[in-house]
Design a protein around this ligand. Structure first.
Ligand code: PMP
Length: 463
């Protein structure tokens, strides 16, 4: 490699530290600490620049579903790049590979979700869904039916619009003036932190009533769409109460409110299904946004699946341009990788493995709830977390300065395990290839890390 003279004394760490601006970073902390530089990955493992191996229980960013280092994924990329690296996808041009993937996704998707709009990732898929709500209702003669209902603790992406729609309670966003007009936030279905006097069923009733009251107050003619992650992911691995999603869907159907499932995390095997909405929760969305596991993170790609019903309305009433799309929509190389990714999942029955080993993971992780610091262990299959508390009875959180989840992750990392710190949680979403033996390693190492940090917190007077 021809390294510029000025860089010869530089290392990847210093180059990153001095020149890179990372997403979602505390700039002050970055200035101080820099990044962990990774250089290699294989299966569930990654290696850093010093050659230290880690078990990546985070799965990259919920995305390395078939695992790293697969030669046939690289080959699919190379073959497509040689055959046709790029084609304009606007208007009426496509590649054969892109068309094949559209057909494959329609076949895998539930119900009549037979139309695919390709995007560059999750944010752009959700953004497109929100535009589709407005376009669809406009075509039906209801141009004012554009309001979007979302929930607290949701994350739908990082563009201005998707940040406005999402609302993670821990994010401090006063620097940005996110949009609020026509965007409504309902309570999160956070079972663990529901009001203490309510049963699960009563809590569910309350959440449904809140949605009904919002519609009554604002008018069904002004609310066009409801968006939900089937399990809220980075808002805290929040699995909703039994029946909640089905009942929200039922309310949506009654008021012609389009149900958008944000399955950027929950699709492509994380919960043991291609898509979780129908197979795990019995809900048939009008649109599904997907990304991440669609290519297992090898290349960027997202997609919005639309129902035939929506397509029919837009095709009949859509005499105006649908002015949405990206230079890399339907990118042939990304689509080739997605096709190979799906082929691997099918051939190796990785969905079956995720379901089987995921169930084992749930059972084993539950053992950690015996630890004094652990208030809750929750999630499903390969989407799990532990939540730390100061006091199990009151569920009170430790003060932010205790920084316990970061310390747990750092302690685990020193023992060769990566788990993601997120607020007061430590989150896991490993590759679908994970084995029971690897689950044992993750649970035992995480348990040791939590115990060690607990001792330190006691010594420091936090507990
Ligand atoms: N929706 C959900 C549920 C997500 O978790 C994410 C990313 N973590 C996104 C949307 C945004 O996806 P991307 O980062 O690919 O734009």
């Amino acid at each position: 490699m021809n390294v510029p003279q000025i860089l010869t004394n530089a290392t990847p760490w210093t180059l990153d530290h001095d020149h890179a601006v990372h997403p979602w970073v505390n700039f002050g902390a970055f200035e101080r600490d820099g990044s962990l530089v990774l250089t290699r990955g294989e299966g569930c493992h990654v290696w850093d620049a010093a050659g230290t191996r880690y078990f990546d229980a985070i799965g990259g960013m919920w995305c390395t579903n078939v695992g790293l280092g697969r030669a046939e994924m690289a080959q699919a990329m190379a073959d497509q790049a040689m055959k046709l690296a790029y084609t304009n996808y606007f208007c009426d041009v496509t590649s054969d590979t892109t068309a094949l993937l559209a057909g494959k996704l329609a076949a895998l998707a539930p119900g009549d979700l037979n139309r695919v709009f390709f995007t560059t990732g999750g944010s752009t898929a959700v953004e497109t869904a929100i535009r589709t709500v407005a376009y669809y209702h406009h075509c039906k003669g209801n141009p004012q039916k554009t309001g979007i209902v979302a929930r607290e603790n949701s994350y739908h992406g990082s563009t201005y619009l998707t940040q406005s729609v999402g609302k993670r309670n821990g994010d401090r966003v006063e620097e940005f003036r996110y949009q609020s007009e026509g965007i409504y936030h309902l309570s999160s279905p956070y079972l663990y932190r529901r009001p203490a006097h309510l049963t699960e069923a009563q809590f569910c009733d309350q959440l449904i009533a809140e949605f009904e009251a919002l519609i009554a107050r604002e008018g069904a003619d002004r609310i066009g769409g409801f968006i939900a992650e089937p399990i809220q992911a980075s808002g805290g691995i929040i699995v909703p109460p039994a029946g909640y999603l089905q009942r929200m869907w039922e309310v949506c159907q009654r008021h012609d409110i389009l149900f958008i499932a944000d399955e950027v995390v929950t699709s492509f095997g994380r919960l043991g299904h291609w898509f979780a909405s129908w197979d795990e929760f019995g809900v048939m969305p009008d649109m599904i946004a997907t990304a991440k596991g669609l290519t297992s993170g090898y290349v960027p790609l997202g997609a919005l699946l639309l129902s035939d019903r929506i397509w029919a309305v837009m095709a009949e009433g859509g005499q105006r341009w649908f002015t949405t799309g990206f230079t890399y929509s339907g990118h042939p190389v990304s689509c080739a990788v997605a096709l190979k990714n799906i082929e691997i999942m099918e051939r190796e029955d990785l969905l079956g493995n995720a379901a089987r080993v995921g169930a084992y993971f749930e059972t084993r992780l539950a053992e950690l709830s015996a630890l004094p610091l652990v208030g809750d262990v929750r999630g499903r299959k390969l989407m799990l977390c532990v939540e730390s508390v100061a006091d199990k009875e009151s569920k009170a959180l430790l003060p932010d300065e205790a920084n316990e989840s970061k310390r747990i992750s750092a302690t685990a990392e020193a023992m060769g395990l990566m788990v993601r710190p997120l607020g007061h949680l430590n989150v896991m979403s490993p590759a679908l290839t994970i084995t029971e033996g690897q689950v044992d390693f993750v649970v035992e190492t995480l348990g040791k890390a939590i115990a060690r940090v607990t001792d330190d917190l006691v010594r420091e007077g936090y507990r």
